[in-house]
Design a protein around this ligand. Structure first.
Ligand SMILES: Nc1ncnc2c1ncn2[C@@H]1O[C@H](COP(=O)(O)OP(=O)(O)OP(=O)(O)O)[C@@H](O)[C@H]1O
Ligand SMILES: [Mg+2]
Length: 288
């Protein structure tokens, strides 16, 4: 089972939107897919029409209570081949509760092992922080996708995220997480700033930036209130096409890597010529 964390400690950059729609697109392409909602906000859970407060047990129970297997918290979605391990606000307690658990970084890894034969891909929606929940997600994952909202300060925090992934890869065994790609979100074609940021991201991160970008689109913001992914809410929309293209790109990238094992390591990324800080500075100067 390939496990992909959707992570960026920055809030509102498109993590949940990407988790939900990418997972639906992967399931449509025939992949048996599991979403793990690892955010106490429960937005991925709500995104499929569930009321988080009415759900029990949830991923919180699977993480914190050894007698509750993760298989017993997983629920169906209306999408064929797509299941969900839901969350609600109770999960916020586990940031603190996990701190005193032996092997606290590996709790999710252990739980997911019990369902690894049931799914081709697991997509984890991370909270907007670099706390123990995100750490558990990164340690459990084979890959990370980082949604980046194209705007000033888009690069801010990326270095810290890469360093965290790098440290995890080096010091926590067994763990071999790699950055699969950066996904540019909220792209606006006609905005100078948007294309400028996009250009800089591609110059700095090269092939690591997915070819597919996600444009700003009101359909994407509407779909969760209908309890649906945009792929079922507005299947013919541009956003649906973009998330389908992203799924395709990921499937291709993963199969190419399986042949060459050519994934970029977080270490390689931080060896670029300009630092993320320098790029932020140049963006700020350009805006003056
Ligand atoms: N491409 C887009 N165009 C328009 N609206 C979008 C787009 N992507 C996401 N949104 C909307 O922006 C808001 C933030 O997106 P989302 O919830 O996916 O971000 P997030 O990174 O998961 O946030 P958090 O850090 O709070 O978990 C949501 O209301 C979502 O519907
Ligand atoms: Mg979210």
């Amino acid at each position: 089972m390939r496990i992909i964390a959707i992570a960026n400690q920055k809030g509102g950059c498109g993590k949940t939107t990407t988790t939900v729609n990418l997972a639906v697109a992967l399931a449509e392409k025939g992949k048996k897919t599991l979403i793990v909602d690892l955010d106490p906000q429960g937005h991925s859970t709500i995104g499929f029409g569930n009321d988080p407060d009415k759900l029990s047990p949830t991923i919180y129970d699977a993480l914190m209570k050894a007698q509750i297997p993760i298989s017993s918290v997983i629920i169906d979605t209306k999408i064929e081949r797509l299941n969900l391990a839901p969350s609600n606000v109770l999960l916020s307690g586990s940031e603190l509760e996990l701190a005193s658990v032996v092997g606290r970084e590996f709790v999710l890894t252990e739980r997911l092992k019990t369902v690894e034969d049931k799914y081709d891909i697991c997509v984890i929606d991370c909270p907007p922080s670099l706390g123990l929940l995100t750490l558990n997600a990164l340690v459990a994952s084979t890959d990370v996708i980082v949604p980046v909202q194209v705007q000033y300060y888009a690069m801010e925090g990326l270095k810290q995220l890469f360093e965290t992934a790098n440290i995890i890869g080096k010091h926590l065994h067994p763990c071999n997480v790699k950055i699969l790609g950066l996904l540019l979100t909220f792209v606006e074609k006609r905005r100078m700033l948007s294309s400028q940021t996009q250009k800089q991201m591609r110059e700095y991160f090269g092939d690591l930036v997915f070819d597919t970008v996600i444009h700003r689109c009101v359909r994407l913001a509407e779909a969760p209130s209908a309890g649906q992914a945009v792929l079922t809410y507005a299947p013919e929309s541009r956003s649906s096409a973009e998330y389908r293209a992203l799924a395709e790109e990921i499937i291709d990238k993963v199969s190419a890597e399986q042949i060459t094992d050519g994934k970029a390591s977080p270490e390689q990324i931080s060896e670029g010529e300009a630092s993320p800080e320098q790029i932020i500075e140049s963006q700020a100067l350009a805006g003056r």
